[in-house]
Design a protein around this ligand. Structure first.
Ligand code: HEC
Length: 115
């Protein structure tokens, strides 16, 4: 009985992992972790929505090259991230994460906003 219960629990965890990861590609999933690790969320919010300290990065995500250039050379309120701290490949994953975030609904499609 004990063993069976353990197996059911494990199966549930495995299913949860599969379903959870299925919604995002592995690049954007890794990018999400890097976005958190490098503290982008502290100023830009967990889903890039922007905050008091930093502007929104979504829903119009700038092209990867432009974002990389900005992050490397930022010289105003945002600290620059040198390649020794954040590699080009990791920045690409962060970009993939932002691109993969679901877009907000068109306000015209929300009935309550269009009486
Ligand atoms: C200490 C707060 C802070 C952190 C941490 C931070 N940012 Fe920023 N970021 C800002 C601010 C403030 C601006 C606006 C700066 C400006 O206009 O010079 C900005 C601007 C940007 C822009 C340009 C947005 C635009 O539309 O012009 C990008 C892209 C960006 N940040 C990405 C990132 C990424 C990726 C990370 C993590 C690797 C990060 N930021 C970490 C504060 C921060």
């Amino acid at each position: 009985m004990r063993v069976v219960r353990g197996q059911v629990w494990l199966a549930a965890v495995a299913a949860g992992l599969v379903l959870g990861f299925a919604s995002m590609s592995s690049a954007s999933e890794k990018g999400k972790q890097l976005y958190v690790k490098h503290g982008c969320w502290q100023c830009h919010g967990f889903v890039g929505q922007g905050g008091i300290a930093g502007p929104a990065l979504v829903p119009e995500v700038m092209p990867y090259e432009a974002m990389l250039n900005f992050v490397r050379t930022s010289n105003r309120a945002m600290p620059p991230y040198k390649v020794e701290i954040l590699s080009d490949a990791d920045m690409k994953d962060i970009h993939a994460y932002l691109v993969a975030l679901p877009k907000p609904a068109d306000p015209k499609s929300i009935k309550l906003l269009n009486p």
